[in-house]
Design a protein around this ligand. Structure first.
Ligand code: 1HN
Length: 348
């Protein structure tokens, strides 16, 4: 069904257009179809993949070229060309970056309004301290750095550590609500309170009182998430998708308010069809390999590779290995879209 063509700006007399501009007025009809395209949005976000083995030497080179004092956070941003590289957006709402910390380095404490998570990609011995809680960083761990909480990174190991940062920065920046506060090094609390949440089914309840912290759990160790996926695959072989969501263990809600995070296990030889959803989706391979097919795009992702697929796109994931599972970390902006009432799933 095609919509009637609307009047163009050029159809209007120049003196009228000038009179409108002089009053900061704009006619809607020449732009109406652009802001309300029929049937589905026209995304700026392009299906884009970033290969880890290609970016890794460039990131290590940044370690030689730019000392920490000159970077504060030594990051190469995974920028979506559809938005323009300088916008530093993987999608309309999602920022992705690969961050490098070298042995002995320290990334100073600050806190800001955008929410961050880190997915640890490589290396041992680094830690991030969030709100006084020292969180060690191991391959595949997810560590939250929610809005407003102090955070800093240190490294006591002897090899480079690299992690993937996922932030809702484009969204918070768009809201003109993005800013940072610099701080002093944090005092590390003697006990990491969040550790008590790392067993499913129970939460701390001293004298029957439950935590009112908005972010009671900050570190989601990969060993536990991986074990949960394997248990799910073993006990429910008929399940559509072997997938777990990262949640707030006190409320059961998404771990953060704007972006959502989950982990997926693709069983050997598995092909998984994901329906088109309104939210853009980021895939990052933790272990194994996965092909991501989305309309005209297809990416064969290996370990530590990352891609972003725009919303309203059906996605097929394929584990080409007949013997090994693949483990994939996913991020999307579904929590935000659900809160705003614009989230959709379109079953084919
Ligand atoms: C940030 O605070 C970190 O703390 C990393 O490691 C990347 C990108 C934009 C804004 C703040 C970090 C960031 C960031």
């Amino acid at each position: 069904m095609s919509l009637p063509e609307l009047g163009r700006l050029e159809d209007l007399p120049q003196d009228y257009r000038d009179a409108l501009s002089a009053q900061n007025l704009v006619p809607l009809w020449p732009s109406l179809r652009a802001v309300l395209p029929p049937g589905k949005p026209i995304p700026r976000t392009r299906a884009t993949a970033w290969n880890y083995q290609t970016l890794r030497p460039l990131l290590l080179k940044a370690g030689e070229l730019t000392p920490m004092e000159k970077a504060e956070r030594r990051v190469l941003v995974l920028a979506n060309p559809g938005h323009g590289l300088e916008k530093m957006q993987a999608s309309s709402t999602i920022y992705l970056g690969m961050q490098l910390l070298l042995p002995g380095e320290w990334a100073p404490a600050h806190r800001h309004t955008p929410n961050a998570v880190r997915m640890i990609v490589e290396g041992e011995g680094a830690y991030t301290t969030v709100d006084g809680e020292k969180c060690e960083m191991q391959r595949g761990d997810l560590i939250l750095t929610p809005t407003g909480l102090w955070h800093e990174h240190g490294h006591e190991g002897d090899k480079p550590v690299i992690w993937l940062d996922v932030l809702d920065l484009p969204m918070v920046y768009y809201m003109e609500a993005s800013y940072v506060t610099e701080g002093k090094a944090q005092t590390i609390s003697s006990d990491a309170a969040g550790l008590a949440y790392q067993r499913g089914g129970v939460v701390p309840a001293p004298m029957f009182t439950r935590s009112e912290s908005a972010f009671p759990m900050l570190r989601y160790p990969w060993v536990d998430v991986r074990a949960a996926l394997q248990t799910l695959a073993r006990t429910q072989p008929e399940i559509d998708a072997v997938q777990v969501a990262y949640i707030n263990p006190e409320t059961g809600a998404d771990a953060q308010k704007i972006l959502g995070f989950s982990a997926l296990m693709l069983r050997p030889d598995e092909t998984l069809q994901m329906p088109a959803r309104s939210s853009a989706t980021v895939f990052h391979v933790i272990e194994g390999g996965a092909s991501v097919l989305a309309e005209a795009s297809s990416f064969a992702l290996g370990e530590a590779d990352t891609c972003c697929i725009p919303g309203y796109t059906g996605i097929t994931l394929v584990n080409a290995s007949a013997t090994e599972p693949a483990f994939v970390f996913m991020a999307d902006d579904a929590p935000l879209q659900k809160k705003l009432g614009v989230y959709e799933v379109r079953n084919a």
